[in-house]
Design a binder for this molecule. Structure first.
Ligand SMILES: *Cc1c(COP(=O)(O)O)cnc(C)c1O
Length: 416
């Protein structure tokens, strides 16, 4: 594969091939990553990348859009069916772009937004001071409860009453429990503010029916398409019909130029795959694997934030092992296990150090690993952390990790 690249751009070929081998031979436990199907890869690598198609199907600013219109309509129709949504915009280049559109469809710069504290699991685009969200809006944050580590709806109600936000942004990058969308909707209605839910992480589980959907409650729902949904890198916006026009105009020409038609084609493939019955089984396995991995790690003396998980990810508190998130990320990497350091709620360490790592099962489940393998994964993680000063032991673990990975090939056709 990649014959032309190999011939015409050796340096880049090396990088792409190296990345393929890394994805093949290491354990990908980053909760926001996955392996798309080769069908999605084909759509992404298609001639649709050549086409300018500013506007929307049937209403373009360029000629020659009859075929990309088919692709985009397909993506829209499938997205609406998949999420049972009244309106879908498949053009956002990323989750962050989708969030820019969501905010600016409903409120104005200077308005107040309530979101989950970034160091408690929130996302940059929910109000980080350096992000557009933190620069355009006045941000007020809520924390999880210190004892339970769950969203504190009473604190949320008090904060809403005190700060009177125009918009509630609900959703997270590192929160493994169920969001009570209905309860938040009630609060939003009581205080006449908009509700946007960002399900970037949960989307795949939601369409499979194993995590609650916010679609009936939220004014706008945003998501990425590349995490549990297992599609191409990109964003998606769903909304009630009343906001359809505002969403479309805010995304284009408001916030983006020409859509990435190859990515939209990839999204159409992804939504088609997610509509098939096998996708539900996949998501069930993602969840079952996350719960098993959490248990296996807990059995080895690691504390799981909030005591467990209801989705594809878990947050590990490493303090009992006297290791920081930063050290754990580095040592696991040497053992062939890829994770990201992440703050835990009320983390005593700064964000560049942290006391935790975030772990997810979407990618390893896609490659076919099951409950039995979760015990192995936990064992290798623990061995690596325990032997963090011992380079030869780490090499040994990396070898075992590679052997495990070899049993679960990711893109058999691509390697040759
Ligand atoms: C990943 C994520 C995003 C952003 O996605 P990008 O495509 O990286 O911009 C937005 N919101 C949440 C909650 C996320 O987890």
């Amino acid at each position: 594969m990649y014959e032309e690249l190999k011939k015409n751009d050796k340096v880049l070929f090396k990088a792409v091939h190296g990345e393929l081998l890394r994805q093949q031979n290491k354990l990908e436990l980053i909760a926001s990553e996955n392996y798309t199907s080769t069908t999605v890869l084909e759509a992404l690598g298609s001639v649709l990348t050549n086409k300018y198609a500013e506007g929307y199907p049937g209403k373009r600013y360029y000629g020659g859009c009859e075929f990309v219109d088919i692709a985009e309509k397909l993506a829209i129709d499938r997205a609406k069916k998949l999420f049972k949504a009244e309106h879908a915009n498949v053009q956002p280049h990323s989750g962050t772009q989708a969030n820019i559109t969501a905010y600016l469809s409903l409120i104005n710069p200077g308005d107040t937004v309530l979101g989950l504290n970034l160091s408690h699991g929130g996302h940059l685009s929910h109000g980080h001071p350096l992000n557009f969200s933190g620069r355009y809006f006045k941000i007020v944050t809520i924390n999880v409860n210190k004892e339970t580590e769950l969203i504190d709806y009473e604190e949320m109600a008090k904060t809403i009453e005190k700060e009177r936000p125009r918009l509630i942004m609900a959703g997270a990058s590192n929160y493994s429990r169920i969001w009570d969308w209905k309860r938040i909707k009630k609060m939003a209605d009581a205080w006449k503010c908009f509700l946007v839910t960002d399900v970037a992480h949960y989307a795949g589980l939601i369409v499979a029916g194993i995590y609650p959907s916010p679609v009936e409650y939220a004014d706008i729902v945003t998501t990425t398409t590349h995490k549990t949904l297992r599609g191409p890198r990109g964003g998606l916006i769903l909304s009630k019909s009343v906001y359809a026009r505002a969403v479309d105009r805010t995304n284009f020409p408001g916030n983006q130029g020409g859509p990435l038609m190859h990515a939209i084609a990839g999204k159409a493939v992804c939504f088609g795959e997610a509509l098939k019955p096998g996708f539900k089984d996949y998501q069930k396995n993602v969840l079952a694997n996350a719960r098993r991995l959490a248990k296996e790690l807990a059995d080895r003396g690691y504390r799981i934030v909030s005591g467990g998980t209801d989705c594809h990810l878990l947050s590990l508190d490493l303090r009992s092992k006297n290791v920081t998130g930063k050290e754990a990320e580095a040592v696991l990497d040497r053992a062939g296990i890829t994770v990201n350091k992440n703050t835990i709620p009320y983390d005593p360490q700064p964000p560049m150090v942290t006391s935790g790592v975030r772990i997810g099962t979407p990618a390893i489940t896609t490659r076919g690993m099951g409950r039995k393998e979760m015990a192995e994964v936990a064992e290798y993680m623990d061995e690596a952390v325990k032997n963090r000063g011992n380079e030869s032991r780490l090499k040994e673990v990396a070898g075992k990790v590679e052997n495990l990975c070899k049993k679960f090939p990711i893109y058999p056709g691509l390697e040759s």
